[in-house]
Design a protein around this ligand. Sequence first.
Ligand code: SAM
Length: 286
Amino acid sequence: MTAWAVEQESRSGAYRFSMRMTRVLHHSVGEHQEMLLFENELFGRVLMLDGVVQTTERDEFFYHEMLVHVPCFAHGRVERALIIGGGDGGALEELLKHESLRQVTMVEIDQGVVDFSKEHLRSICGAAFEDPRLELVIADGAAWVAETEQRFDLIIVDSTDPSESGPSAVLFTEAFYRNCAGILDEGGLLVSQNSLPFSEPQALVGPFARIRAAFGAATCYRVPVPSYIGGEMTLVLAAKDGALPSPADEGLEARVAAAGIECLYYTPAVHRGAFALPPYVTRLLG
Ligand code: SAM
């Protein structure tokens, strides 16, 4: 019998998205979340946490390239970065391609996701977890950010979607965002995944207002992700003291060309275009 993995849109419950599982590679219910890894003919290996697709082998490049290269190239010289969540290693792998990067701390709550990605998702994380620039901390990201004395040029919040009962709810609070603003260096940037504005608008509306309150200003940009229920996703960008980089930045092409990073989705033109927001999104930003 054919088995299907089903994700249900959480707001109305009126929309389901399913993927045929040709092989289940792992299924467990751990201390923090339920983990499912399976193979699908179109998407390759698919990782689901608590019934929500996190990443797939074939379309991870859309999300990870835009999550990482937009803030990195907007900043211009990221040397110290912090990833909150991101246990699949996809964002880490993209970040490590930037030669300016000297040190990256990843604070992931679930060691199981990291171990599991190293074992089953090497096509996504590559050798990123073995890179000497990485310091891996297994802890709650919000608690860690509240206590650290380290400073960063870039903070990437690569979390699961907010849900009242899930471990990531603390990563969408104003207290967390204020603590992030406090550990950014001059010119520092924060980027956060803020779900899908069509199917999950509440995951953008509240967190966007809190990020703006904590940083003084915020903007967002879009990326399509075929395996995410609802299609296009919004990533929120904020800067230390509200000094947001402009997408019209004239130095962008030169910086991207000098870096020589091969991408499947990201280009300077895609970078600029991603900040063009349609009215259905700007209305959510208030
Ligand atoms: N790309 C994905 C998406 O948009 O849904 C996110 C992928 S990544 C696997 C999300 C990670 O966030 C998970 O590994 C989860 O364990 C981690 N996470 C959730 N809550 C966290 C917290 N409070 N602190 C640190 N990591 C957390």
